[in-house]
Design a protein around this ligand. Structure first.
Ligand SMILES: C[S@@+](CC[C@H](N)C(=O)[O-])C[C@H]1O[C@@H](n2cnc3c(N)ncnc32)[C@H](O)[C@@H]1O
Length: 187
C-alpha cells in the first residue's frame, strides 16, 4: 500500500500566544512524515523563517504555507479527492475503533486538521471532516495528538526515514552528540 501524502492544517493560531506551540506542531509534522503544513487564516513570518531554516539544514521537501482561509484549504483539498481528518478529543478513539484501518484503506491523500483554541462546530460536520479522530478521549495537546496520529498512520516508519539534501545530520550515539555538518548549513 502506498503511503498517502499527508498535509497538516493548523487552525486557530494566535500569533503572540501560540508561536512556540505552532512551531512545534510544524516540526513534529515534518519529523513524523507530513509533506507540509498550512497555517490557516493568519501569517507569522517568524515561524515560516524558523521552519524553512530547519528544512534547509536538516533536509527533506517539507513546505510551509500560511494565510490561506481554512475553508478554502478544505474545499481545494476535497476538490482533489483528498480526505480530511480532524483530530479532536471528541472523535472516534484511534485505539478502540477501526478508524485508522478505514483511513488507511482509503489510499487517499490526507489533510489533518489540528486546532488550538476551541474549534468551529463545522469542523465536526460531514461537509468539512471525513473523520473525527481522537487520540484517546481525554483533552491534551495538538502536538501530542499529531505525533501519535502520524506515527500510527505511517506505522513508525517515519522515524527511520532519511531526509534528502540534509546539510546537518545526527549520527546516533549511546552517549554524547555526533553531528555531520556541511558548510552550506544556515546558522
Ligand atoms: C489544546 S486542544 C484545545 C481544544 C479546545 N479546548 C476544544 O474544546 O476544542 C487543541 C487541539 O489539540 C488537539 N487535541 C487535543 N486533545 C486531543 C485528543 N485527545 N485527540 C485528538 N486531538 C486532540 C485538537 O486538534 C484540538 O483542537
Amino acid at each position: 500500500m502506498e503511503t498517502p501524502k499527508t498535509v497538516i492544517l493548523r487552525w486557530g493560531h494566535r500569533p503572540r500566544r501560540d508561536a512556540r506551540l505552532t512551531t512545534h506542531v510544524a516540526l513534529t509534522a515534518r519529523a513524523l512524515g507530513a509533506a507540509g503544513i498550512i497555517l490557516s487564516d493568519v501569517s507569522d513570518k517568524k515561524i515560516q523563517e524558523t521552519i524553512e531554516k530547519i528544512t534547509h539544514n536538516w533536509g527533506g521537501a517539507f513546505f510551509f504555507k500560511m494565510g490561506i482561509p481554512w475553508k478554502k484549504v478544505v474545499k481545494d483539498w476535497r476538490a482533489e479527492s483528498g480526505k480530511v481528518v480532524h483530530l479532536t478529543a471528541y472523535g472516534e478513539n484511534i485505539e478502540t475503533s477501526n478508524i485508522l484501518a478505514k483511513i488507511r484503506s482509503m489510499e487517499k491523500d490526507i489533510l489533518v486538521i489540528v486546532g488550538s483554541q476551541k474549534v468551529p462546530k463545522e469542523f465536526f460536520s460531514e461537509g468539512i471532516s471525513d473523520y473525527n479522530v481522537a487520540i484517546g478521549n481525554q483533552p491534551h495537546s495538538e502536538c501530542a495528538s499529531l505525533a501519535i496520529f502520524l506515527d500510527r498512520l505511517f506505522d513508525g516508519k517515519s522515524l527511520m526515514r532519511s531526509f534528502e539534501n540534509a546539510k546537518v545530520s545526527i549520527i546516533p550515539q549511546k552517549r554524547g552528540k555526533r553531528i555531520i555538518e556541511k558548510t552550506s548549513a544556515l546558522v
